[in-house]
Design a protein around this ligand. Structure first.
Ligand code: C2E
Ligand code: CA
Ligand code: CA
Length: 658
């Protein structure tokens, strides 16, 4: 610890200020005491010299000194309560040093006069009074050593010098003694002051350390409760606020919890990179704060998920819906970032307290369930929780766990639906459609289980397993017959998809030109870049490509031009509307002429009547598929269908026109 040589610290540094304040405080306690001692000492001196000198000296002088001492003592006593600012303290301390010097000179000078006038016995006594007075004052001024030294110098020095020069052995001995004691006292004064400074320094360091620790704690708290990207409070903060709101709820004031997920955020992130994604999230959070305004608080739960806690109000339900509605509208407006405009949107799930849940977990889970529903309905909308959704979710999770078991066994199996040449009625191939045997009357169709398989990441396994089985089952069929498999949009994100398909074909000895892959239009918008790569690599391996459910999605002619499709499958909704909707007729006509220009084959799905088949042929559709020709069949049924020569009259699988 560095030794402090100053006695009045600087008021500029933090530590200097702490030292000044402590010096002031200690002096405030010591100085009145010191003057009291001085007063007593002066009284004794006055008594010792009474009668030997003029009363002006024995009474007048000490009385004058006592008045000055009392004034100083009162000055300090009056300032004991409040601590002044460091600059004023510094002034007081300097004043104290001067006062110490002057008073000591006065006291010492008076003592010297008394000493000079006294006889030997009294001289000894007077010298001791003066010296004792000086060292006790010096002791009281420990926290201001310069003042202490001056007291010793001005108060005790004159009489000591006199003693030393007195040529009387006794008095000289006393003088020498006083010099030795003074040296010791001065050293002690220095040592005490260093100790005093050291204690103060370590105390102020400790305070600084505590302050640093508090700051670090605040930072940690900030990090733990805030999302660093958007600065919004995070999931943990939401959980705590939610619990607090549930605890302090008013009797009739309900509130809403909204959970929000951005639509089409991932493609922006993937295509333009994470910095743009981050920027977009910040923009979204700013827009959310603006939309929500004073009606609630906004949180970021992670990724592209946010939550809004709508403040309790008498119209809790309406307030929550109002905010959700505004969010859906406002997030659908474009976001302009770095000279590009991004169109996203948001889906919002609403759960209300206390109707939908009286505890935090239930409320959060139910808001999630409602969000899930909003997403399922196509996104870009808000959805309030309803009890039936819970049942639906439970059913899904049961199906999900059953699906894992089913995949391990052979409960999933392929059915084959024929695709025929409309002109000749001869089969050109079969579409593989997944079936799940779940036991008594519990079978569910692919419309239900495929989305679940997609969500829980089982769709690839399911498709590859069915493909493997179909290869084995159809390998021996007429080599001219193709087998078409359906690939979900989500599978196109897998950069290894074509390799996985090819390895099954190679293992099963199934020629790739006999395989067709049907891809729905929507797959092309979800992730255009990945879809394009996968489609190209399938094509390079000689696999045929069909654009499925044409007309239901958003795919453009541009997609058809850019991607190497071999055929278009017109969605069955158009085919089935052909009879009574003139628009459907126009669309089918437009599609066939477009396909002719692009040199693509056209397959019409969902043909249930011979008249439809005839009309489609007339409109330029070369191929058809539907219950009229044959329903999806098991291997054995399909083989019987082939053996019977196709959709003959009386075929068990053909559906006759009503
Ligand atoms: P999709 O690819 O459009 O398949 C045709 C669907 O139309 C099949 O329904 C088929 O049974 C039905 N269908 C065929 N002809 C007619 C008809 O004349 N009238 C009517 N009303 N319907 C007809 P399914 O088998 O229930 O399959 C539904 C959807 O499930 C399929 O639509 C396909 O998108 C999906 N899917 C089926 N199997 C798989 C699979 O293994 N993988 C993937 N990713 N999706 C599959
Ligand atoms: Ca299909
Ligand atoms: Ca289709």
């Amino acid at each position: 610890m560095p030794r402090r040589s100053f006695s009045v610290a600087s008021a500029k540094t933090e530590q200097g200020r702490a030292i000044l304040i402590e010096q002031y405080r200690t002096l405030g306690q010591q100085i009145p005491l010191m003057y009291a001692l001085m007063f007593i000492d002066a009284a004794f001196l006055s008594f010792a010299s009474y009668g030997t000198v003029d009363p002006v000296l024995s009474i007048g002088m000490p009385a004058g000194l006592a008045i000055v001492a009392m004034a100083r003592a009162l000055f300090w006593l009056g300032r004991r309560q409040a601590i002044p600012d460091p600059v004023s303290i510094r002034r007081y301390l300097i004043g104290t040093i001067y006062a110490a010097a002057l008073l000591s000179l006065g006291f010492g000078g008076w003592g010297l006069i008394l000493f000079a006038e006294a006889d030997l016995a009294r001289r000894t006594c007077i010298a001791l009074y003066i010296f004792i007075g000086a060292i006790s004052c010096c002791y009281c001024l420990q926290s201001l050593p310069r003042a202490g030294r001056l007291v010793l110098l001005c108060g005790a020095m004159p009489v000591t010098v006199w003693l030393l020069c007195s040529r009387d052995w006794f008095l000289m001995g006393l003088g020498i003694n006083m010099v030795i004691v003074s040296i010791l006292i001065l050293r002690m004064l220095d040592a005490n002051y260093s100790g005093f400074i050291e204690v103060l320094t370590s105390r102020s360091e400790m305070i600084a350390e505590q302050r640093r620790a508090r700051h670090a704690e605040q930072c940690a708290h900030e990090l733990a409760y805030h999302d660093p990207l958007t600065g919004l409070p995070n999931r943990r903060a939401l959980a705590e606020h939610l619990s607090a709101m549930i605890e302090q709820r008013g009797d009739d004031a309900g509130f809403g919890l909204l959970v929000l997920d951005l639509d089409r955020f991932k493609p922006v992130n993937d295509v333009y990179g994470h910095p743009v994604g981050d920027l977009l999230l910040r923009e979204v959070s700013a827009r959310l704060i603006e939309i929500v305004g004073a009606e609630g608080g906004t949180y970021r739960l992670g990724g592209d998920e946010f939550a809004i806690l709508v403040h309790p109000s008498d119209d809790g339900r309406d307030a929550a819906r109002r905010v959700a509605h505004r969010i859906v509208l406002e997030t659908a407006r474009p976001f302009a970032l770095q000279e590009r405009v991004h169109h996203i949107g948001a889906s919002v799930g609403i759960a209300l307290f206390p109707e939908d849940g009286s505890d935090r977990e239930t409320l959060m889970r139910r808001a999630d369930v409602a969000l899930y529903k909003a997403k399922e309905l196509g996104g870009g909308q808000h959805c309030a929780f309803a009890p039936r959704m819970d049942a639906e979710i439970r059913r899904r999770s049961v199906l999900e766990s059953e699906m894992h078991e089913a995949l391990a066994g052979d409960a999933f199996h392929p059915h084959y639906q024929p695709i025929v040449d409309l002109a000749t009625g001869a089969a050109v191939g079969f579409e593989l459609l997944a079936r799940w045997r779940r036991g008594d009357d519990a079978d569910i169709g692919p419309e239900q289980f495929i989305p679940i398989a997609e969500e829980c990441g089982l769709i690839n396994d399911l498709m590859l397993k069915l493909l493997e089985r179909a290869c084995a089952e159809t390998r021996e069929w007429n080599p001219a017959l193709t087998i078409a498999i359906n690939v979900s949009p989500i599978q196109l994100r897998d950069a290894w998809l074509s390799e996985k398909i090819l390895s099954v074909l190679a293992r099963m000895g199934f020629p790739s030109h006999r395989l067709a892959v049907e891809i729905t239009e929507n797959a092309l918008i979800v992730d255009a870049e990945n879809a394009k790569n996968t489609i190209q690599s399938l094509k390079n391996q000689g696999i045929q490509l069909a654009l499925d459910d044409f007309g239901t999605g958003y795919s453009s002619i541009q997609h058809l031009r850019m991607l190497p499709f071999d055929k278009i499958k017109i969605d069955r909704s158009f085919v089935q509307a052909l009879g009574d909707d003139p628009e459907a007729l126009k669309i089918v006509r437009a599609v066939t002429s477009l396909a002719a220009t692009l040199d693509l084959e056209v397959v019409a799905e969902g043909i249930e009547h011979p008249a439809t088949a005839a009309l489609l042929l007339q409109l330029g559709c070369a191929q058809g598929q539907g219950f009229y020709f044959g329903r999806p069949m098991s291997k054995a049924e399909a083989e019987a269908w082939i053996a019977a020569g196709g959709p003959a009259e009386g075929s068990p699988t053909a559906m006759r026109a009503a």
